[in-house]
Design a protein around this ligand. Sequence first.
Ligand code: SAM
Length: 253
Amino acid sequence: MAAPRILVETSAVDGERIEVKGDAFHHLSVVLRRGVGERFYAIDPETGTEYLAEITQVGDRVLTGQVLEQAEARQQPAVELTLYQGLPKGKRFQLILQKCTELGVSRIVPVLTARSVVQLDDKRAGSKLQRWEKIVQEASRQCMRATAPQVTEPVGFAEALADWEASDSPGLFFDETLAGADHSSLAEAMSKLKSRQRLAVFVGPEGGFTEQEAGMAAEAGLTPVGLGSRILRTETAAIAVCAIVMYECGELE
Ligand code: SAM
């Protein structure tokens, strides 16, 4: 049975001794019922270190272990993927944050496009950002990512394009109006990009991108891509696209 993985603070490790408390203790000792002599991996997101340890003592609230090996945490994704996401309504964006964190996306930029129903003033944007950061932190802990993705403040479409242009990375623009027209398929686009270290994808909100936004995207050099004849919900498109891109770039293996 594979050794389970937990996340720990840097302070949990002192030389060859490791102390596990709180949620990690509960998960290891109560949920997984691991005891003395059994092994576990402890990932410290702060230092990006992964420890293999053997349990030496289990108390009511604290478990101690002997560190056997340590190495660089393996959770760093093979590609640095940025999702520029047309900000959808309600819980859809939270679902996108959680699933794209699990898929290994590095950065998520909420974009206020012409058809975004959600409009945020500075105060609301600030509190939303705190909530979004909590979601990706929690999702990172759950999937044992050593580092959580960055979620930025919401930006306008032109700002998102400028941000992407400054990243000097290939970008794909997902446009459902392309169905049937002459455009790259995702397979064709990815065949040229799978070895790149950094990539970006643009997905529209529930109402899609406007023609003007599609024109600006083409002007900026984004590659328009279709996903077949069915119209996917924004959350379906975002999660599917990130899963496919991450897989093609060698993750999820
Ligand atoms: N205009 C769409 C409609 O008529 O329902 C709404 C846009 S769709 C719900 C949200 C976003 O998902 C789109 O802006 C696009 O980025 C992406 N998307 C959905 N289906 C797609 C497809 N078949 N091809 C490419 N992108 C798609």
